[in-house]
Design a protein around this ligand. Structure first.
Ligand code: 6PG
Length: 243
């Protein structure tokens, strides 16, 4: 069942997300000595990553992946990789060998293929042979997208593949590389972080019945934690909020 963590504001939501990721990392490291996390891009999770960098001194065995990437140079301000680098990788001094970026220098198709191969090589196979991440950190768009799975995108329903190229994303830039919904739902756990009143309607839609036009509503309900601030939770009915 979906777990809802309600916090008063964006700072508390970021701290709750960082703390939960840190706890999940610790639990998985105890079990297997290795943990694979896919990170969300966008602006919302940046603070959570900054806080996560301060919570953990030892990053041995922790591998970072990306839920999606924009088709831009990875050093550019627009790249999710560069945001994660500034907020987490650099302050926490995580070795480059543990940071698995989506290699956009190969072009979108080449990047997608290379990234799929790397995921398949380094992660254990989960259901339907899809590589199983331990943790997928996700964001939510105002239109209900998550990662770069936008309403109406074939990647939302595509089963079996790990990663796809999106060529007409409504959120710029239009060309993106994203994990598929099947891949996100094969992860052992999901954390969706959303803050601000602009996300309130999308939160309600994402928690309603699954609808391909609201991609985030297709995220597995089981082992998924939504972390919201009061503004993002403001349109939820009381029953959902108290559940
Ligand atoms: C991206 C994303 C995307 C993002 C949401 C929310 O690359 O843009 O990974 O799914 O998480 O659009 O973005 P904000 O946090 O900026 O609102």
């Amino acid at each position: 069942m979906t777990r809802l963590l309600l916090t008063p504001d964006a700072e508390h939501a970021a701290l709750a997300a960082a703390t939960l990721v840190d706890e999940l990392i610790a639990a998985r490291l105890r079990e297997t000595g290795e943990v694979h996390i896919a990170l969300a891009g966008g602006t919302t999770p940046r603070r959570a990553y900054e806080l996560l960098a301060t919570l953990r001194a030892d990053w041995t065995g922790i591998h970072l992946w990306f839920g999606d990437e924009r088709d831009v140079d990875l050093d550019s301000e627009d790249a999710n990789a560069s945001m994660v680098h500034r907020a987490l990788v650099s302050p926490a001094q995580i070795p480059a060998t543990q940071v698995h970026t989506i290699p956009t220098d190969l072009g979108p198709r080449g990047a997608c293929d290379a990234y799929s191969d790397e995921l398949s090589r380094l992660l254990p196979a989960g259901s339907a042979g899809i590589p199983a991440l331990d943790i997928a950190v996700l964001g939510l768009g105002e239109d209900g997208h998550t990662a770069s799975l936008f309403p109406g995108s074939p990647a939302v329903l595509g089963a079996g593949s790990v990663c796809v190229v999106v060529e007409d994303a409504p959120k710029p830039p239009p060309v993106r590389i994203t994990l598929t919904m099947a891949m996100l739902n094969t992860a052992r756990t999901r954390i969706v972080l959303a803050t601000g009143a602009g996300k309130a309607d999308a939160v309600v839609a994402a928690m309603a019945e699954p609808d391909p036009l609201i991609p985030a509503s297709l995220l597995a309900r089981n082992a998924t934690t939504w972390i919201l601030d009061a503004a993002a939770a403001s349109a939820l009915d009381e029953g959902t909020r108290d559940a």
